[in-house]
Design a protein around this ligand. Structure first.
Ligand code: HEM
Length: 205
């Protein structure tokens, strides 16, 4: 492949993976954690159901780790590229464009830490993933602040990412449809942030 068409292909793949499956996984993950609002048992049952799912490790690699790694590595490359394809979207959109990059980097740091202290500890056999694990992590106010920033950053990145996905795939072309998409994605941000933060609060005793 010539380098231009390879770049085009990588951008398209990066954009697609951000929504399917990474974005869909984020929605699934926060909704599953929301079960904690019904109490520790409901949460532990949800975790057990997911852990006992057939081929769960294969699904984790194919639907989560590989897509997120590609999106994150290519995302870093885009974020630090000097060339900014800002286009003619006005003041507000230029800010959103910058925040998409900033939240990508914050989200990467948060995910690395979060996966290290949960999924990797489980793989190493040093901890079990359950309600008590999260309650223990979130008994530290610094961690509550870190998780709050991490959740808001990931949800902003997904919501604003949906807006830019719709432009990149030619779904919202004119200014009117792009304005409607702005309101829609703001709504996504509010609703999904509530789900994520309310889920987190259920672990704080
Ligand atoms: C929870 C994890 C993540 C989700 C759900 C997610 C989702 C998305 C979505 C839906 C888009 C829009 C794609 C488009 O514009 O067509 C996007 C763009 C982007 N993402 Fe992520 N992403 C995540 C993590 C990351 C990470 C860890 C990085 C690393 C820095 C990153 C960097 C970027 C960048 C730079 C863009 C802008 C691409 C552009 O404007 O061309 N993302 N992301």
């Amino acid at each position: 492949m010539a380098s231009n068409s390879r770049d085009f292909f990588n951008h398209k793949l990066h954009s697609l993976l951000g929504l399917f499956p990474v974005g869909v996984f984020l929605l699934f993950h926060l909704t599953a954690n929301y079960q904690a609002t019904k109490g520790p048992e409901a949460y532990n049952e949800t975790v057990a159901f997911i852990e006992n799912f057939p081929f769960v490790l294969v699904l984790e690699f194919v639907l989560i780790y590989i897509p997120i790694l590609f999106h994150a590595i290519f995302g870093l490359y885009i974020a630090f590229q000097a060339k900014h394809n800002v286009g003619n979207f006005g003041y507000f959109r230029n800010h959103m464009f910058l925040w998409q990059r900033i939240t990508g980097i914050i989200t990467l740091i948060f995910i690395a830490w979060h996966v290290w202290e949960t999924r990797i500890q489980k793989a190493l056999g040093t901890a079990e993933v359950n309600y008590d694990m999260m309650a223990n992590i979130l008994s530290n106010p610094v961690m509550v602040a870190f998780y709050t920033i991490g959740i808001l950053s990931a949800v902003f990145h997904l919501s604003n990412g949906i807006w830019s996905f719709l432009v990149h795939w030619g779904i919202t072309v004119g200014p009117r449809s792009q304005r409607v998409a702005t309101y829609f994605t703001m709504g996504v941000f509010v609703v999904v942030s509530f789900i994520g933060l309310r889920a987190m609060a259920a672990f704080i005793q």
